[in-house]
Design a protein around this ligand. Structure first.
Ligand code: CUA
Length: 336
């Protein structure tokens, strides 16, 4: 009972959540909607079972309580009852069937529909400790951390991993599906709203598992096409950012590409300035974006322990001064 005020406070605080679109309870696409229906269905069945069991339980302890003068009475002993046994076997079977039919239907019908969909957009998703790569083979584009998709189109995701097992989950669109180093898993998703949806790694994968975040940005189809064109266009660098570009080439380019299809050890940084988050976790659009990127380049281990990027700040064993780091950050923030 003492915990009730605590729960009330938590309920109040959590009531503000949901605007960041990280809720399986506010589906923004057909897969998430079906999953929510299945959640509600199984929850309803559980509530019915609990209510009936408790009702019988209460009735039994009241009806068969020990009464005055019956202290030594032994009630009638019953051994086996075919009727009861059939009833308590049949009822769970019925409940399981009610759950299984829509679950199996959604699972197979859905993937069959999507597999036949010629318009589907293919995205190869590769999970790394602790970031996500999105490869669009039909468009010749590779990006990271923020998957851009057109609204109302089926996205055919081919999921795999380069190191350990991770799991791809975008609660408001659907999932989650493991990414393995061996067999490729396929997941079909569709966003029928425009917006930014939060994604998470849902399989314990190392020190920064809880920070292995990504986003899915859905646009109108024309906006999506603009994004594709922008990603494929040659990168132009203003004179003011040439110094930053040179420093980037000297220090970052062995891992990070800035090109349409650049594959490297680390995330491709083409279009970096348009990404909502730095490394999936630090704000990249608000007034603190410069400071955040500076913090990240200075010592990434502070922000995401166990990731593979070394520190570049002089105080952390790196060789770049604060001014040089700012210069690189300025260049990266010019990559719209
Ligand atoms: Cu990747 Cu958890």
């Amino acid at each position: 009972l003492r915990l009730i005020p605590l729960f009330a406070v938590m309920a109040f605080l959590l009531a503000g959540c949901g605007s960041d679109r990280l809720s399986a309870l506010q589906p923004q696409g057909p897969v998430a909607r079906e999953q929510l229906f299945l959640m509600k269905l199984s929850l309803s069945i559980m509530v019915i079972v609990v209510a009936v069991v408790f009702a019988i339980y209460l009735w039994v302890i009241v009806r068969y309580r020990q009464r005055k003068g019956q202290e030594n009475m032994v009630p009638k002993q019953v051994e086996g009852s075919h009727v009861l046994e059939i009833i308590w076997t049949a009822i769970p079977i019925i409940f399981l069937l009610i759950l299984a039919v829509p679950t199996v239907y959604y699972t197979f019908q859905h993937s069959a529909d999507q597999r036949a969909n010629k318009d589907a957009i293919h995205v190869k998703v590769t999970a790394h400790q602790f970031w996500w790569q999105f490869d669009y083979p039909d468009y010749g584009i590779v990006t990271a951390q923020n998957m851009v998709v057109p609204k109302d189109k089926v996205i055919a995701l081919e999921l795999s991993s380069t190191d350990v097992k991770h799991s791809f989950w975008v609660p408001s669109l659907g999932g989650k599906v493991d990414t393995n180093t061996g067999p490729v898993n396929v997941l079909y998703l569709k966003a029928d709203e425009i917006g930014l949806f939060q994604g998470r790694c849902a399989e314990l994968c190392g020190a920064s598992h809880a920070l292995m975040n990504f986003t899915v940005q859905s646009y109108e189809e024309t906006e999506f096409q603009k994004w594709v064109d922008k990603m494929k266009a040659p990168v132009t660098v203003a004179a003011a950012n040439k110094e930053g570009e040179t420093l980037y080439k000297e220090n970052c380019m062995s891992c990070h590409q800035v090109s349409a299809q650049g594959l490297g050890l680390g995330p491709n940084l083409n279009g970096f300035a348009s990404r909502p988050y730095i490394a999936g976790i630090l704000d990249n659009q608000g007034p603190e974006k410069e400071e955040n990127l500076h913090k990240w380049i200075t010592n990434p281990q502070d922000q995401k322990p166990g990731n593979k990027m070394p520190a570049f700040g002089q105080n952390f064993g790196g060789k770049l001064t604060d001014a040089q780091i700012d210069s690189i950050a300025k260049y990266l923030h010019s990559l719209k």
